[in-house]
Design a protein around this ligand. Structure first.
Ligand code: ADP
Length: 332
């Protein structure tokens, strides 16, 4: 059986084989070429490697209808602790209930003796982080287009009482038509009672050890780090939207430094600047500054962000062409 050819726009620069083993991390066995969901009697054929995260490796597959999909594979040996099992269960439960055009679609979930498999919508143009690495910065029209979709996903998630809590360029994927799909619900939380606030011990552990277990702290809202008594809620995603917008337009996150502890310090002091050599519009600066308010209650709502004049201050593209993978498209 031959896999269908990659569509136009697929990125040939994306890795097709898993990276070499890292010394500090045991390498899980490669999943079978033909991954079987015995319960449904469906077989997925593995065709390529898409990437890896904290616990999972993600592979490209095609199903029996020859539709290309992504399969997130979590090796059971890596989730032996009760805490890790609970985390994976929460990710599956929350992702499964979200069905929206701006959210990576969760198709199927099953297990065999070795692994847990999550079958997801394939996002063939990688993540916004992959694109930023090649492009260095995005233009304001592109950022407008992407931001509307990201906010659309947030409005829906919040409506479903889900806080994503890990919105960052690496978790914003691009489908074959260059539309954004929010993915990776590994740190998401469900608000079960109105007004409930989440307390997060995972982050405190990160602070104490100085190591980051859940990736970069760059996008984390200050109340998650420093107001552990009051907890946090939906506004943490709004903060991340501000960090995302800054990062798209400037090319690096606002509080970024080499030293992780210095990032925490900068977030606490709300210390960031707009580099004069990276010119952006005053309305973009105004919007970013209003979102990056240390006080979660003073941040604009997602609806208010969409009403900001930055969205009508310049071109709003009808779509993002595939040429955006290599250079700034001309929207004038
Ligand atoms: P983790 O939850 O372990 O952090 P991720 O969900 O972030 O794992 O996935 C790891 C990598 O796999 C991503 O950075 C991306 O490169 C790739 N990936 C994940 N989901 C998809 C998808 N739906 N389509 C294409 N690539 C994906």
């Amino acid at each position: 059986q031959q896999p269908p050819p990659p569509p136009h726009g697929a990125d040939p620069a994306r890795p097709r084989s898993p990276p070499p083993p890292r010394k500090d991390k045991p390498v899980p066995p490669t999943p079978p070429l033909h991954i079987k969901d015995r319960g449904r009697g469906v077989t997925y054929s593995r065709t390529g490697f898409l990437g890896e995260g904290g616990f999972a490796r993600v592979y490209e597959v095609f199903d029996e209808e020859k539709t290309r999909k992504a399969v997130k594979v979590v090796n059971k040996a890596s989730i032996k602790t009760k805490k890790n099992k609970t985390k994976l269960w929460a990710e599956i439960k929350l992702h499964q209930m979200l069905v929206h055009p701006d959210v990576v679609r969760f198709h199927d979930c099953f297990e065999d003796d070795e692994n847990v498999y999550m079958v997801l919508e394939l996002c063939e143009n990688g993540s916004l982080m992959d694109l930023l690495r090649r492009r260095r910065r995005y233009s304001e029209p592109e950022a407008r287009y992407f931001l509307v979709q990201i906010i659309g996903a947030c409005l829906y998630m919040h409506d479903m009482n889900v806080i994503h809590r890990d919105l960052k360029l690496g978790n914003l994927f691009l489908d074959g038509d260059m539309n954004v799909k929010v993915g990776d619900f590994g740190l998401a939380a469900l608000i079960e009672n109105p007004g409930e606030r989440k307390k997060w011990v995972g982050i405190c552990l990160t602070l104490l050890t100085g190591r980051t277990i859940c990736g970069t702290p760059n996008y984390i809202a200050p109340e998650v780090l420093f107001d552990t008594a009051n907890g946090h809620s939906f506004e943490v995603d709004v903060w991340s939207v501000g960090v995302i917008l800054y990062t798209l337009l400037i090319g690096k996150p606002p509080f970024q430094t080499k030293d992780v502890k210095a990032i925490y310090r900068r977030i606490r002091e709300n210390r960031y600047e707009f580099p004069p050599d990276k010119e952006i519009s005053t309305s973009a600066m105004d919007l970013i500054s209003s979102i990056l308010n240390s006080n979660p209650d003073m941040r604009p709502s997602l609806q208010a962000i969409l009403q900001h004049r930055w969205f009508t201050d310049g071109p709003f593209p009808p779509f993002i062409p595939h040429s955006a993978n290599d250079g700034t498209p001309d929207f004038s």
